[in-house]
Design a protein around this ligand. Structure first.
Ligand code: ADP
Ligand code: ZN
Length: 618
C-alpha cells in the first residue's frame, strides 16, 4: 500500500509563520555573504617588489608619504600623489626600517587584527544554513508531504477487514466487556440505521486495563466483528523529537480514516500523548501538547455518527488530560479487568485449542494456579508448555509441562512486579475480608458490594467495594464512625491474624485520617470541641491542619483538634479490632472463600455472612 498521498491543505497560521522565518533567515545569510565579500575587497591597486620599494624609499625627491606594516609584514605604501601600493616586506624589519626612518617617512606597525567577521559569522553562517534546512524539512513534514524526508506521514497501518480476522470468539474471559461493545459493532455494521433513529454513538471509547489484558485484541475483535478497516497507532509513535511531527501524524491518520468510513481508529498507549498538559518535565513537552491539541481538534472536527469510532487504550487513566475525557471525546470508559478464575480457564482453553494435550492436563487447576495472570501471560504459558514438551520430544503436552512453565512465565511477570506469593495473597485476603466483615456487621457502615483480591494495574492489590460516602447527601455521626471503623477493618484484621501490619493499609489510614479530620474540623462532631466548624472553605476540608493553624485559631485550639482527631481514630481502630476478634470464625471463612474465588460479589458474600452469623460458632 502506498503511503504517498498528496493532501493539499490550506496553509495554516503556523506554516505562514514558518515561511516568514525562513525568508528572514535566507536574507540574513545573503547579507552576511555580501558583507564578507565587501570586507575582503579593500585591496590596493598595485603590488610592487621589495627591491622596487627600497628604490622608491631612496628616490629623490621623496614620493612616499607613509608606510603601514601589517602583522603579516604586508606593507601598504601611501604615495604623495594619493596612490596606494602594496609590498611584501621581509620578516626582518631591520632591513628596511632604518632607511625608511632616515628618509623621514611616517611608519606604522599595525597590531594583529583578528578577522572578527570571519570568526563570529563563519560558524553562525553554518548554523543558520542548517536551521534553514531543518525548517524546510519541518514544513514539508507539517504539510504531510511524503518522500525520503517525510516524518509526518502517519505510521498508522491500514489493516483491511480480512486481515484483522479476530472476532469475539477469539476473546475469552472478558464477557462483560464484550457485551458492552456490542452496540459499537452494531453501529459500525450499519451506521445509517443509527443515524435514522437519531441514536448517539460515542466518538471515543477509552479502554482501561493493565498491559496484556487484551485491549488491542478487543479493539481488533470489534473491527473484525463489524467487518470494518482497523487503523492502529501507538501514542509513543507520536512522540518524536521534532515539534509538529506528532500533530502531522494525527492529521494524516484522520485523513486516511475519513476516506475509509466506517472504520475503527485504535490509539494504543494514549497516555504517551494524552498526559495532563502543563505538567511536562523537560523536553518533548511542547511536542506532546501539540499532538494532543491536534487530536482534540480532529475529534471535535467530525460529526458523531460519521462512522468513525476511536478506541484508545491506557493503563493510566489517572494521568490523562481532562480535556480528553470531556463529552464528545473519550467520554465512555470501559475497564478491561484481569481475568478471574473462570476467565483464565476460558482463555487457556482458547490458547491450547490447536495444541495436542495429554489426558492428564487439567486447565481448571492451571487457572487456579495462575492468579493475576492476564491474557498475554496465559498465551505465553501455553506457548512455553508446548516448547517444553517439544524439547523433551513428546507428542503431547502434559500437565507437568504446564506446571514447569508457570515458573518461567512468573519470573517474567515478577520482573514487571505484580504477581504475589502465596503468603502475600493470604495477607491481602485477610485484609480485604477484614474490611468486609466490619462493614457487614456495623449497621451503619456502607454496604459491601464486592470483594476482590485480583491485583489491578494501578498497584491496588485488592479492594472492597462499598458505596462511597460522597454519593449521599446527609450523613450522621454514627454513620461516619462506622465508616471509619470499616476503613480500619483491613489493618485490624492483619493485626488480629498476624500480630503485625503491612504497608497495604497505607491508603486506608490516609482516608481514615482525612475522614476524622473532616468530622472534627468541618462537621463539628467532636465532643470536646462541640458544634463548631473551623473550616472556612468547603473546598479546603482536606487541609484541616493548615486551616486550623491559620491566623484565626489559637495554639491551644489546634492541639485540642489534633488530640480529638487522634482519639476518634484510636476508638475506631480498637472497635474494628474487637469486632474482628469476636468474629474470627467469619473472618477465616471469608478469607478462605476469597483465596479460592478471588472475587466475591454481593450474593456470594451474603451467603457466607448469613450462614456464619446465624449460627455463630464458638
Ligand atoms: P493490551 O493491548 O491490553 O496490552 P493485547 O491485546 O496486546 O493486550 O494482548 C496481548 C495478547 O494476549 C493478544 O494478542 C492475545 O493473543 C492475548 N490475549 C489477551 N487477552 C486475551 C483474552 N481476553 N482472550 C484471548 N486472548 C487474549
Ligand atoms: Zn484496605
Amino acid at each position: 500500500m502506498s503511503e504517498k498521498k498528496k493532501t493539499e491543505q490550506p496553509m495554516d497560521l503556523r506554516n505562514k509563520n514558518l515561511r516568514i522565518v525562513g525568508l528572514i533567515i535566507v536574507a540574513i545569510i545573503f547579507g552576511l555573504i555580501l558583507l564578507r565579500a565587501w570586507n575582503g575587497r579593500a585591496q590596493p591597486e598595485e603590488v610592487i617588489s621589495f627591491v622596487d620599494f627600497m628604490n622608491r624609499v631612496e628616490a629623490v625627491p621623496r614620493t612616499i608619504l607613509s608606510l603601514s606594516v601589517a602583522a603579516d609584514n604586508r606593507g601598504t605604501v601611501k604615495l604623495l600623489d594619493g596612490r596606494r601600493l602594496t609590498v611584501q616586506l621581509p620578516p626582518d624589519a631591520s632591513l628596511y626600517v632604518p632607511q625608511v626612518l632616515a628618509r623621514g617617512i611616517d611608519i606604522q606597525f599595525e597590531p594583529h587584527r583578528a578577522d572578527w567577521v570571519g570568526i563570529i559569522f563563519g560558524p553562525l553562517l553554518w548554523i543558520l544554513l542548517l536551521a534553514g534546512v531543518w525548517i524546510y524539512i519541518m514544513r514539508r513534514a507539517q504539510r504531510g508531504v511524503s518522500g525520503p524526508l517525510s516524518f509526518g506521514a502517519s505510521k498508522a497501518r491500514l489493516t483491511g477487514p480480512e486481515t484483522t480476522g479476530i472476532t469475539f470468539k477469539d476473546v475469552a474471559g472478558i464477557d462483560e466487556v464484550a457485551e458492552e461493545v456490542q452496540e459499537i459493532v452494531q453501529y459500525l455494521r450499519n451506521p445509517r440505521k443509527f443515524v435514522q433513529l437519531g441514536a448517539e454513538i460515542p466518538k471515543g471509547i477509552l479502554l482501561v486495563g493493565a498491559p496484556g489484558t487484551g485491549k488491542t485484541y478487543l479493539a481488533k475483535a470489534i473491527a473484525g466483528e463489524a467487518n470494518v478497516p482497523f487503523f492502529s497507532i501507538s501514542g509513543s509513535d507520536f512522540v518524536e523529537m521534532f515539534v509538529g511531527v506528532g500533530a502531522a501524524r494525527v492529521r494524516d491518520m484522520f485523513v486516511k480514516a475519513k476516506a475509509n468510513v466506517p472504520c475503527i481508529i485504535f490509539i494504543d498507549e494514549i497516555d504517551a500523548v494524552g498526559r495532563k498538559r502543563g505538567t511536562g518535565l523537560g523536553g518533548g513537552h511542547d511536542e506532546r501538547e501539540q499532538t494532543l491539541n491536534q487530536l482534540l481538534a480532529e475529534m471535535d472536527g467530525f460529526q458523531p455518527n460519521k462512522g468513525i469510532v476511536i478506541l484508545a487504550a491506557t493503563n493510566r487513566p489517572d494521568v490523562l488530560d481532562p480535556a480528553l475525557l470531556r463529552p464528545g471525546r473519550f467520554d465512555r470508559k470501559i475497564t478491561v479487568p484481569r481475568p478471574d478464575l473462570t476467565g483464565r480457564e476460558a482463555i487457556l482453553r482458547l490458547k491450547v485449542a490447536n495444541k495436542p494435550l495429554a489426558a492428564d492436563v487439567n486447565l481448571a487447576v492451571m487457572a487456579r494456579r495462575t492468579p493475576g495472570f492476564v491474557g498475554a501471560d496465559l498465551e505465553n504459558l501455553a506457548n512455553e508448555a508446548a516448547l517444553l514438551a517439544a524439547r523433551h520430544g513428546k507428542k503431547e503436552i502434559e500437565m507437568i509441562d504446564f506446571e514447569e512453565s508457570i515458573d518461567r512465565v512468573l519470573a517474567g511477570i515478577k520482573r514487571k512486579g505484580i504477581v504475589l506469593t502465596g503468603e502475600e495473597r493470604e495477607r491481602i485476603a485477610y485484609h480485604e475480608s477484614g474490611h468486609a466483615v466490619v462493614g457487614r456487621i456495623l449497621p451503619k457502615a456502607d454496604p459491601v458490594h464486592r470483594v476482590s483480591i485480583i491485583p489491578r494495574g494501578d498497584g491496588t492489590l485488592g479492594f472492597t467495594l462499598q458505596i462511597p460516602l460522597e454519593e449521599r447527601y446527609l450523613v450522621s455521626k454514627d454513620e461516619l464512625l462506622d465508616k471509619l471503623t470499616s476503613l480500619f477493618g483491613g489493618r485490624a484484621a492483619e493485626e488480629v491474624v498476624y500480630n503485625d501490619f503491612s504497608t497495604g493499609a497505607y491508603d486506608d489510614l490516609k482516608k481514615a485520617t482525612e475522614l476524622a479530620k473532616r468530622l472534627v474540623v468541618e462537621y463539628g462532631m467532636s465532643e470536646k470541641l462541640g458544634p463548631i466548624s473551623l473550616s472556612r472553605n468547603h473546598a479546603d476540608v482536606f487541609l484541616g491542619e493548615e486551616i486550623i493553624k491559620g491566623a484565626d485559631h489559637s495554639e491551644a485550639l489546634s492541639s485540642l483538634v489534633d488530640s480529638e482527631i487522634r482519639s476518634i481514630l484510636h476508638q475506631c481502630y480498637d472497635r474494628a479490632k474487637k469486632l474482628l476478634q469476636e468474629n474470627r470464625g467469619l473472618l477465616d471463612k471469608l478469607t478462605k472463600a476469597l483465596l479460592v474465588h478471588e472475587v466475591l460479589s454481593g450474593n456470594e458474600l451474603e451467603e457466607i455472612f448469613s450462614s456464619a452469623l446465624l449460627a455463630p460458632a464458638g
